[in-house]
Design a protein around this ligand. Sequence first.
Ligand code: SAH
Ligand code: SF4
Length: 343
Amino acid sequence: MTGASIYDPAAMAVLARACGVTPQALRQMRNAFLKNGLAPEAALACLPETVRPRLAEAARFHFLALGERRDSDRDGASKLLFMAADGPRLESVILRIQSGRTSLCVSTQAGCAGGCRFCATGAQGLARDLTTDEILDQVAWANQLLHLEGRLVRNVVFMGMGEPFHNEANVTAAVARLIAPDGFHLSDRKLTVSTLGIPEAMLRFAQRFPRVRLAVSLHSARQEVREQLMPLARRHPLAELRAATAEVAALQGQPVMIEYLLLAGVNDGPADVAALQSFLAGLPVHLNLIPYNPAAAAPGFRPTPEPHRRALAAALRAAGFTVTLRHSLGDDIAAACGQLADR
Ligand code: SAH
Ligand code: SF4
């Protein structure tokens, strides 16, 4: 299927001129779809009837087919399963946070080439990168569902399937359109991009988007342990990652989020904590301790038991670090997304 993408303001302006749609009518229609969560037919109803059919035929609103939707009755999360036109499947997770905030965890690739041992997506391998339109369409679909509940996506976290910086150009373009006034017009402070830790890409991103939050999946501050967990850690040694994290925090004037998945007997012992403390010392960061979600596709790990997790968080806080300890799926975006490939 071809057609001008609704997400592309320049292409839509050209199409609108050709169809005799005024710039004001075009703006109203795009706002209805992008900002208010209306379905394509309802958004098109903003246009005068005489020009509607031509534009409807030549514009393209959706780039993914929405398949199943699974609601968790326990914690307000909904998993959305999508299919791309050429077959690959991918997922997003809606998180309804109790305060009323609504977040969407989006995928940037179908599968992932990261190969992290604990991750169900990593076990799949990479099918392909998602296009900018496919990344943005996850937000538009979620808004259409949320609109019916009187909510809209306010926060977008790039923690679904895939490594954002392996698809850097499309992710950068998607972030730009999420915050553009003629795009979704979300606040750049409400976006978070999570990476396995690719120093050059982190710096490029922080320069381009000084207020979009970066999260680094550290998971171990011991090089050999990190390499066992995350094969790509070999290419990006801890010293480089630490230097890049410091530079990003300085560029952005805000702390970087460090994600640390707690795996029993793997990265939660005294030597691991000591290494973590010296890695974090002097870095303006916020540490997020994440419970492991046993993923069927990545067997062999056990979560660190809750009392030990609490003790670790308390010890790190006492040492002066800012630490959050997540508990359940509902308030844990990363854990919700860590199982995205699981059926
Ligand atoms: N590729 C990026 C973003 C997607 S993964 C990255 O790795 O950061 C998002 C987060 O989920 C990462 O912190 C990842 O380490 C974590 N994750 C992966 N598998 C998980 C699991 N089984 N349980 C909990 N978190 C997991
Ligand atoms: Fe890819 Fe992130 Fe999973 Fe690693 S944790 S395999 S980088 S999605």
